[in-house]
Design a protein around this ligand. Structure first.
Ligand code: HEC
Ligand code: HEC
Length: 296
C-alpha cells in the first residue's frame, strides 16, 4: 500500500472509532437522563392516581378544537387515527388509548412519556409546548381522545424507543467528551402548567395560548429560532394591526400578502380553528411583550 492510501485508511479508521465512542457515550448519557426524567415525572403524576375526566360534550368539543390548533392532527391524522409520512409515524391514538390510564395520557401529552415509560420520540412537541397545557385543556384533549370511535383499521405501530438519530448521539457524545456538556434533567422538570383561563384577561390568557401554540417553532421565549426552524421573534406580530394579525393566523398571509412557508400551512389548516377572541388574546400578549400595548 502506498503511504497516501495508508494515511487515508488510518484517518478513516480513527474517525469511525471516535464516532463510535461518542455514540456510546451519548447513548449511556441518554439512558441515565431518561431514567432521571421519568422519575421526576412520576413524582409529579403518579400512575396509580386516577384522574377523572368527565365525558361532557363541551369538554369534548374543546378537546377536538385543541387537537386541531395544537396540530396533533398534523402528525396523528384528522381523527387521531394515525398518520404515516416520510418524516414520521404518528401512532393511531384511537387504538393505543385503551392501554393508557388518564394519568398516563397526561404523562404522554405533557411530558412525552410512553405507556411503557420510554421517552416519546419523533418530534412531538411536549417539551417545547404541551407541558404548558393547563389541567382543563389537558383533560379536554383526553375527553376527546376517549370519545373517538375505534378507528383500529389503521394499523400504525408505535415506534417506542426511537428517540434520537445517530448523528444527534454522535454530536451529543462529542459535546460531552470535549465540552463537558451534560443533559439538563431539570430542564424537563417543567414548571407547573400555568392555570390560565380566558377570564384572566387577554394578556395573561394570550401568553398561555402563545406558550402552548407558538413555542414549538418560535422558541421557548418566543424570540425566534435559528435551528431546524428558522423563525422570527414574535415581536414581528406586535407590529401587525388586529385585522392583519387575524389574516395571518387564519389565511397564513403575512404583511404584504406574503406566503411564509410552513407558517402559512399551519395557519390555514390548524391555527384557523382558533376563535376570534383567542387570536385577539395572542395579539394583545405579543403587543404587551413588545412593549407597545395599548389596551386595558
Ligand atoms: C410533530 C408531530 C406530533 C405532534 C404535533 C403530536 N404528536 Fe403525538 N406522537 C408523535 C410521534 C412521532 C409519536 C410516536 C413516537 C414514539 O413512539 O417514539 C407520538 C406519540 C404520541 C402518544 C403515545 C402513543 C403510543 O404509541 O403509545 C400519544 C398519546 C400522543 N402522541 C398524543 C398526542 C396529542 C394529544 C397531541 C396533540 C396535543 C400530539 N400527540 C401531537 C408525533 C406528534
Ligand atoms: C410548526 C411551526 C410554527 C408554529 C407552531 C408557529 N409558527 Fe409562526 N412561523 C413559522 C415559520 C416557519 C415562519 C416563517 C419564518 C419567519 O418569518 O419567521 C413563521 C412566521 C411567523 C410570523 C412572521 C410573519 C412575518 O411578517 O414574516 C409571525 C408573526 C408568526 N409566525 C406568528 C405565529 C404565532 C402567533 C404562532 C402561534 C399561534 C405561530 N407563529 C406558530 C412556523 C411556526
Amino acid at each position: 500500500m502506498k503511504w497516501p492510501a495508508k494515511a487515508i485508511l488510518i484517518i478513516v479508521s480513527l474517525i469511525i472509532l471516535f464516532a463510535g465512542y461518542f455514540y456510546w457515550e451519548a447513548y449511556q448519557l441518554r439512558k441515565d437522563y431518561d431514567v432521571a426524567r421519568i422519575q421526576n415525572v412520576n413524582k409529579r403524576v403518579p400512575s396509580h392516581i386516577e384522574i377523572s375526566v368527565p365525558l361532557d360534550s363541551t369538554l369534548i368539543a374543546r378537546g377536538k378544537r385543541l387537537s386541531q390548533t395544537l396540530h396533533c392532527t398534523y402528525c396523528h391524522g384528522d381523527q387521531l387515527q394515525g398518520r404515516e409520512t416520510e418524516e414520521r409515524v404518528g401512532p393511531n391514538i384511537t387504538k393505543v388509548r385503551h392501554q393508557y390510564s388518564n394519568a398516563e395520557l397526561v404523562k404522554a401529552i405533557r411530558y412525552g412519556i410512553n405507556k411503557d415509560g420510554t421517552a416519546i420520540g419523533g418530534d412531538m412537541p411536549s417539551s417545547e409546548s404541551y407541558y404548558h397545557l393547563n389541567d382543563t385543556d389537558t383533560k379536554a384533549l383526553i375527553a376527546y381522545i376517549r370519545s373517538l370511535p375505534d378507528l383500529s383499521n389503521v394499523d400504525l405501530p408505535s415506534t417506542y424507543g426511537h428517540t434520537l438519530s445517530t448523528t444527534d448521539l454522535i454530536r451529543g457524545g462529542f459535546a460531552h467528551v470535549f465540552l463537558g456538556w451534560e443533559p439538563d434533567v431539570d430542564e424537563y422538570i417543567y414548571s407547573s402548567p400555568m392555570p390560565a383561563r380566558p377570564s384572566d384577561g387577554d394578556v395573561i390568557y394570550g401568553r398561555y395560548l402563545a406558550q402552548t401554540h407558538c413555542t414549538r417553532c418560535h422558541g421557548e421565549d418566543l424570540s425566534g429560532e435559528d435551528s431546524y426552524w428558522q423563525t422570527a421573534d414574535l415581536a414581528v406580530g406586535a407590529g401587525y394591526s388586529t385585522h392583519q394579525f387575524k389574516t395571518l393566523l387564519r389565511q397564513g398571509k403575512a404583511l404584504g400578502g406574503r406566503e411564509i412557508g410552513f407558517m402559512t400551512k399551519l395557519a390555514k389548516g390548524y391555527l384557523s380553528h382558533l376563535t376570534d377572541s383567542e387570536i385577539q388574546a395572542i395579539h394583545s400578549y405579543l403587543k404587551k411583550r413588545a412593549g407597545n400595548y395599548k389596551g386595558d
